[in-house]
Design a protein around this ligand. Sequence first.
Ligand code: NAD
Length: 246
Amino acid sequence: MEKKIAEAAARLKKCRHVVALTGAGISVESGIPDFRSAGGLWEKYDPSEYAHIDAFYRKPNQVWQMLSDMYELLHPAKPNPAHLALADMERDGVLKEIITQNIDSLHQKAGNTRVIEFHGHFRTLKCESCGARKKTEEISVEELPPLCAKCGRAMRPEIVFFGEGIPPKAYEDAMQAVSLCDGLIIIGTSAVVAPASYLPGIARDRGAFILEVNLETTPLSRKIVDLHIGGSAGSILPLLVEAIRG
Ligand code: NAD
């Protein structure tokens, strides 16, 4: 492990544009289980019934039960050592930007300033009818689903539901990031959710060094990853920061 961290640090130090791609795994040590695992949200809620945009349009009350449970998990969570290490890397001038599939805002809470939210975020709600927005923290569980003050429609969080496209600006920024980078650190993602799963291949085709930090191997590990470090993001990333500084 020490050898791998030293090798990763040496390779990253030579890069001019390092990007991180993060997934649910980086936030597990902040107390947010990944949704697929035992005890995750999809054990209680079938995603096709609760996480698809058509379900939201058909049954907003039902979908808001799941969204409310999701928000209760996300809202109190604090950045863990993995998030803080990525913020250090940005401050040190090593990391240029993060593409995250997470909707928990923990990279921003840790201090990263350049975060591309590929699947949106839960900070605000939007009315699809009139475009009105509201801070999610302003709603109360007694008034679910939250209704638009102007037109009375059920509001939605600005996350990407299954069946929806990636927000165009996030998509464009992420494509540009993986096209420009010469180092990509993939952290805590199973890399099975498209189109995020295509991003590492684009970086690879441009000749970038690909590092993966994950408890397990993933479909990417053997195909495109140059170096896989097995272990928890919260233990590995702080060591990586130290090794890059040293
Ligand atoms: P995933 O659940 O498919 O995969 C999680 C990956 O993280 C797995 O490969 C697992 O081995 C790894 N992992 C778990 N704990 C880890 C740790 N401590 N350190 C390192 N690796 C660890 O996640 P995904 O690929 O991000 O796809 C799930 C989708 O669900 C994403 O679109 C994401 O937006 C969403 N999601 C978001 C959150 C969040 O915002 N925190 C939480 C759950 C799911």
